[in-house]
Design a protein around this ligand. Structure first.
Ligand code: AMP
Length: 461
């Protein structure tokens, strides 16, 4: 596989108009309030528009969805038709995502970007009734966003036909492999014409991802906007050493200390198990904290309702497992708490990627029991950083008077605070552009009714 590394800086000055989008797409982009492309967009879009295969390594929150959706829309725009006939609307572009939440979010963006075109967009994922999706697919859809399992169900039922797909996008491909979707991907890709454009996005380029790219991409352009395995520089990481039986109390103390410091009440708390997730949310509720649990045992509707409450601010703490939280686009998330460390160090990077998105400032706090020291060492090795250990702040106890214990949680205006970690190898910071220097922090959550989240489509507004 021959790859080509792009030079990031000159393209970062491009505007959306320079990139060459048609008027209906530009209008939708401007309506979103995007003034200029983020670094991944500036680098990827011209190549996608040229029909090249692209392998993109981008952290969540970098604007990677628009980086592929906008040029796809542009590429299929000449084929868009206002005809009502389903035959005039075959699936031309297919986006595969690992989770329902990510599929929904990609679709949510795609609906907005395609708003002024004739391109029909739909999303299909499991956990909800198939019949509404079947009706949509039968009516004809050009841009389909899907999770692999549900797509295969539709293929089996002959409600989805991939024989005219020209562009395939594998979003969060690393997670699809982690979740065991490789056989499903192979089946799906086998149904798509080999003459196609393929885009692959992944948080990291592991050997497995490289192998996948070798099998399915042709002469891809490789784009990386941040150091591999790095957290955004705007994320301050703090380790509190806490015995496991005291972790629930530590979460409460951390949240209260943040409130005393004048910071947002909102946080995502990660747990490793579904049971632990539900238990912690209930325990927080009993401590007077408005909390909800989001994990794989919850129905799709429950998950979406909880997510909406959290986005609206009627819930302060979202307790989540990795799979449920993957791909959630919650804007300006100020704080991520790891109730326990994940077994896989890369998951730690994904978890803390919920905060510090698109240039915003965030705190990533991990509660670490001595038995988790080995996991912590793996994380430090992966991130090439030694993370600073600090005692848990106790707003009600004796240490409350000591400002040292509050220092970890920066006040909003304290944006110059240094990242609370030591870089073990300064060379590792060299190389590719960091998205944080140019991305806009003003990204707002999308408030939408839960009903709209159930997998819908748009024709033309
Ligand atoms: P993503 O990395 O695709 O999950 O995007 C993260 C957030 O960035 C989403 O809320 C997008 O609406 C937003 N976004 C995407 N592109 C831009 C842009 N060029 N300027 C500002 N915000 C953007």
């Amino acid at each position: 596989m021959s790859t080509e590394q792009t030079t990031p800086t000159p393209e970062a000055e491009l505007t959306f108009a320079d990139i060459g989008f048609a008027e209906p797409i530009l209008r939708a982009v401007l309506e979103q309030g995007y003034t200029k492309p983020t670094p991944i967009q500036a680098q990827a879009m011209p190549h996608v528009l040229q029909g090249r295969d692209v392998m993109g390594a981008a952290q969540t929150g970098t604007g990677k969805t628009a980086a592929f959706v906008l040029p796809i829309l542009q590429n299929i725009l000449p084929l868009a038709s206002s005809s009502a006939s389903p035959a005039r609307h075959p699936i031309r572009a297919l986006v595969l995502t690992p989770t329902r939440e990510l599929a929904d979010q990609v679709a949510d963006n795609a609906f907005k970007y395609a708003k002024y075109t004739d391109i029909r967009t739909a999303v299909v994922f499991g956990g909800v009734d198939m019949s509404a999706q079947t009706t949509l697919l039968r009516s004809g859809i050009e841009l389909l966003i899907a999770t692999p399992g549900r797509l295969l169900d539709h293929i089996t039922q002959k409600t989805a036909n991939l024989s005219q797909v020209q562009i395939l996008i594998l979003d969060e491909a690393d997670r699809m492999l982690d979740m065991g979707f490789l056989p499903d991907l192979q089946r799906i890709i086998g149904l798509i014409p080999s003459q196609r454009q393929t885009l692959l996005f992944s948080a990291t380029f592991s050997p497995e991802i490289k192998k996948l790219a070798q099998s399915y991409l042709r002469d891809p352009v490789t784009i990386e906007v941040a150091r591999q395995n790095a957290a955004a520089d705007t994320v301050q990481q703090i380790i509190h050493m806490v015995p496991s039986e005291k972790k629930k109390d530590a979460v409460v103390k951390v949240l209260n200390a943040r409130i005393q410091k004048g910071l947002s009440r909102q946080a995502i708390v990660f747990t490793n198990s579904r049971i632990g997730c539900s238990k912690l949310a209930s325990a927080l509720e009993r401590s007077g904290i408005k909390a909800g649990a989001i994990h794989g045992d919850k129905s799709q509707i429950e998950r979406m309702q909880i997510l909406e409450s959290f986005k609206k601010g009627t819930m302060d703490v979202l307790v989540a497992t990795d799979v449920a939280a993957r791909g959630l686009d919650i804007a300006d998330m100020p704080c991520v708490i790891n109730h326990e460390l994940p077994f896989n160090a890369e998951d730690y990077v994904h978890r803390i990627g919920r905060t510090g998105r698109a240039g915003a400032q965030g705190d990533a706090i991990a509660l670490v029991d001595p038995s988790e020291e080995r996991l912590l060492a793996d994380i430090e090795k992966l991130m090439n950083r030694k993370l600073v250990r600090m005692p848990v702040p106790d707003p009600s106890g004796g240490v409350a008077a000591d400002p040292f214990f509050y220092m970890p949680y920066r006040a909003k205006e304290d944006s110059s605070a240094a990242t609370n970690s030591t870089n073990l190898n300064s060379d590792s910071a060299a190389g590719t552009a960091s998205v944080n220097s140019t991305a806009k922090p003003s990204i707002k959550p999308t408030a939408k009714p839960v009903g709209a989240l159930l997998g819908g489509f748009k024709k033309k507004s």
